[in-house]
Design a protein around this ligand. Structure first.
Ligand SMILES: [Zn+2]
Length: 342
C-alpha cells in the first residue's frame, strides 16, 4: 500500500432498497434474471463510490452480489442440497434452518471471479475480496455425508484455495477469509481450524487476511455479547497460533467493544486490521473517536502494520448510517496519519 494506515471495511455494505429489502440479513432479491445481474453490478458501483468518496484506500464490492457472506458461496458448490434443510445452532448462539451436505463437495465453476473482474475494471485502487473461512462454512450446514466437522473443513479449504487462486489471477490484492467461528470454537480452531485456513491460502502471492469478529449487529449477537462479561478475551485463545501462521493480516473488533487492546500484542509482527467502527449501533462515530481507537491500538501494533477498518460488515445498517460511518473511518484515519507524519 502506498500510504500508511490504509483504510478498508470488513466487507459488506447495505444494499440499495431497489435491489433487496434494506436493514435485513438474507434479504431476498427484488429483481430477477438479467435485471438482477445488472442491478447487482450497479449496486457494486454505488458501494465502490461510497468508499471512494469516504477516502477508503483498499476498496471492496460491499458484498452487493451476495445474499449472505457464507450461504451464497455454498450455493455455488455441488454436494449441498438447499431443499433438504435441518435446524442447527449457529456458533452456539442461534438456531437457523440450513442446507444439508449430501455428497462430496466440489466447486464446479468459479463463484465470485466474474464479480471480482468487474470490480477490478472499475478502479485502480487496491481491492480486497472476502470469502467465508472453512470453519465458519461448516458451522452453517448440516453434514449428512462426511459426518466430521474436520473432514468437511479440509474439503472446503481445498475449494476455497481454488477460488482464491482464481480471484488472485483476476487482480485481487487482498483475499480475506471470514472466521467468526474462531471466536467460539477455540479448541477446534487450534487443532485444525487455523491449519485449514492455511490450506485455503496455499500458493497465493497476494496478501491474505482473516477476519475474526463478534458478528453483525443483530439481536442474537448483541444478546450473546451481554453474556461475555466485562472483558472479552476470546482472541487470546487463537492469537498465539495465528501469530505463527502464514496469514498476513488479522482483522479484529476493537471499537466500543470490551476487547482488551493489549491482546493485539499476541500477534506482534502481523498486519492488523483494527475495527474502529461499531457496526452494532446506528450512532455515527466522530472522526476523533475513530482516531482515539487507532491511537490506542498503536501501542500494540507498529504504524506500518495498522490497517484501520470496521468491526464487522455493515450490511444490516441503513445506507445513510453506513455512509456516515465510512466517512468517519476515512477522516479518523486521516487525523492519525497527519499526527504520525508530523
Ligand atoms: Zn465480522
Amino acid at each position: 500500500m502506498n500510504r500508511i494506515l490504509p483504510t478498508s471495511t470488513a466487507g459488506s455494505l447495505p444494499k440499495p432498497s431497489w435491489l433487496a429489502e434494506p436493514e435485513k440479513l438474507w434479504s431476498p432479491w427484488k429483481l430477477k434474471g438479467d435485471e438482477l445481474a445488472v442491478g447487482k453490478h450497479d449496486a457494486l458501483r454505488l458501494a465502490l463510490d461510497d468508499q471512494r468518496q469516504a477516502g477508503i484506500d483498499i476498496v471492496g464490492d460491499g458484498e452487493q452480489t451476495r445474499q449472505h457472506f457464507v450461504t451464497t458461496f455454498i450455493e455455488h458448490l455441488s454436494g449441498v442440497d438447499f431443499e433438504k434443510r435441518e435446524t442447527v445452532r449457529i456458533r452456539n448462539r442461534y438456531d437457523a434452518s440450513v442446507p444439508t451436505v449430501v455428497g462430496a463437495v466440489a466447486r464446479p465453476k468459479p463463484v465470485f471471479v466474474d464479480d471480482a473482474t468487474y470490480l477490478r475494471a472499475q478502479t485502480s485502487q487496491p481491492i480486497k475480496w472476502t470469502l467465508p473461512g472453512p470453519m465458519t462454512m461448516i458451522d452453517t450446514l448440516y453434514d449428512a455425508h462426511y459426518r466430521s466437522r474436520e473432514k468437511l473443513a479440509w474439503e472446503f479449504a481445498t475449494i476455497l484455495n481454488q477460488e482464491a487462486k482464481a480471484l488472485e489471477a483476476a487482480g485481487v490484492d487482498v483475499i480475506q477469509f471470514d472466521e467468526p467461528a474462531f471466536n467460539v470454537f477455540f479448541e477446534e480452531a487450534n487443532d485444525w481450524g487455523i491449519a485449514t485456513l492455511e490450506r485455503a491460502i496455499e500458493g497465493l502471492t497476494c496478501e491474505t487476511a482473516v477476519h475474526i469478529c463478534y458478528g453483525y449487529g443483530i439481536k442474537a449477537n448483541t444478546d450473546w455479547k451481554k453474556t461475555l462479561g466485562s472483558e472479552w478475551r476470546q482472541y487470546e485463545e487463537t492469537f498465539p497460533n495465528l501469530q505463527k501462521s502464514k496469514i498476513d493480516i488479522i482483522s479484529l473488533e476493537c471499537h466500543r467493544s470490551r476487547v482488551p487492546l493489549d491482546l493485539i500484542e499476541l500477534i506482534r509482527g502481523k498486519k492488523v486490521m483494527v475495527g474502529a467502527i461499531d457496526v452494532a449501533s446506528d450512532a455515527i462515530e466522530t472522526p476523533e473517536e475513530v482516531a482515539d481507537t487507532l491511537r490506542k491500538a498503536l501501542q500494540f501494533v507498529d504504524a506500518d502494520k495498522l490497517y484501520p477498518s470496521t468491526n464487522c460488515g455493515m450490511a444490516p445498517l441503513s445506507r445513510q448510517v453506513a455512509r456516515g460511518k465510512l466517512n468517519a473511518l476515512g477522516a479518523g484515519a486521516d487525523i492519525v496519519r497527519r499526527e504520525l507524519e508530523g
